[in-house]
Design a protein. Structure first.
Length: 362
């Protein structure tokens, strides 16, 4: 977390205003004001209206709440379209909802050679029966950024709605719901220097029509209908500070820092014998995330060898189950994934490249 978010969380906890919403006393009013501030700042971050913003424990939990409510609006014969490039949080959440009501859930394939998802492969699956299209704005495993807007236009042309998973996109690119054509969008604040809170926006007119799974005393209108139970106020305090950090720094400035660091990583990995990169080898339409394997070595072993050198990478499929299946790597332990954000520096990249080269020589 960025320092200002850590401080905001601590300050809230020590403020004497740790209460609950909708009380007659001052501490409660502070809690109400904090939630309103959080909706407002996420609205600004997403280029969206504050009255469509609601919070959940994380993307996955919020999305399950959302798709469970959507399920009630689906009918046999309807179709939900997703993609194989997506994190399972945007695949299985929809599959479970589709299965609950017996509707089709179909997934568009991406090009395994490049890791790119052509808009056409999603558009080809969109038909008159399609109610929702669920698409990731960036792949958390391969970093590729599909043309969400083209897909959204095709979906809207048949009256379908578009749900965008922006978890791997929001830390690196400006989220703009109008430009993306999103009817609903979600990201996780912990990916953009904030706390572990999921932030969803749903077009307010759509939101009002959805039957939220909520208890009776909870509000019947507005985005809080989807926020079951007491909000994570200290998390929201940190989220406000993190969102303000991103807005004040400017996502383009953050992106420039990341790309300057990431370019040598991508180039350097390509020069190491026995390293095989998955996904694109260029910097076009991608986030600073790269997946690779050292030929003949289980990704868990590579990650463990890097961890011994105090380098943090992930091994496995990072919950991008469909990508792992499509690439045929799931049965071999997946891949090693390294990512850059603004606090990763050139020295970190040198250490990673030196370590991978040393591991690949053994
Ligand atoms: C693209 C993408 N979608 C969804 C998720 C799930 O997010 P959460 O951990 O907030 O449930 C992640 C997590 O890494 C992700 O990268």
């Amino acid at each position: 977390m960025v320092d200002s978010a850590i401080a905001a969380m601590a300050q809230f906890a020590a403020s004497g205003h740790v209460a609950n919403s909708h009380g007659a006393f001052a501490a409660s009013a502070e809690c109400d004001a904090l939630v309103a501030r959080a909706r407002e700042v996420v609205g600004r971050l997403y280029g969206a209206s504050a009255d469509g913003v609601w919070f959940g424990a994380n993307m996955t939990t919020a999305t399950f709440a959302f798709t469970r409510a959507i399920a009630a609006s689906l009918e046999p014969g309807d179709r939900v379209v997703g993609t194989r490039l997506d994190h399972d949080g945007n695949v299985w959440t929809w599959r479970r909802a589709a299965d609950d009501v017996g509707v089709d859930h179909v997934l568009a394939s991406f090009d395994v050679a490049t890791g790119r998802l052509a808009a056409e492969s999603v558009i080809d699956l969109i038909d008159e029966r399609t109610r929702w299209v669920a698409i990731g704005a960036a792949s958390n495993l391969l970093g590729t950024i599909p043309d969400v807007r083209r897909v959204a236009d095709a979906a809207h042309a048949v009256g379908a709605h578009v749900f965008v998973d922006a978890v791997a996109f929001a830390p690196h690119r400006r989220v703009d719901v109008a430009a993306l054509g999103a009817d609903a969008i979600v990201s996780s604040a912990y990916k953009w220097y904030g706390p572990h809170v999921g932030a969803m926006w749903v077009r307010p007119d759509l939101l009002e029509g959805l039957p939220a799974y909520k208890v009776r005393p909870a509000e019947n209108e507005g985005p809080s209908r989807f926020e079951t139970g007491t909000p994570n106020y200290e998390g929201l305090a940190a989220l406000v500070a993190a969102a303000e950090f991103v807005l004040e720094m400017g996502i383009d400035a953050l992106r420039a820092i990341e790309e300057a660091t990431f370019a040598p990583l991508l180039a350097g990995l390509q020069t190491i014998d026995r390293v095989r990169i998955y996904g694109p080898l260029d910097l076009v339409d991608r986030t600073p995330t790269v997946s690779f394997v050292v030929d003949g070595q289980h990704p868990d072993l590579t990650a463990a060898a890097l961890a011994e050198r105090d380098i943090a990478v992930w091994s496995g499929n990072s919950y991008a189950v469909e990508i792992g299946d499509s690439l045929g790597v799931n049965e071999h332990g997946g891949v090693v994934r390294a990512g850059v954000v603004a606090y990763v520096d050139d020295h970190d990249i040198e250490r990673l490249l030196d370590a991978v080269a040393a591991i690949a020589r053994t």
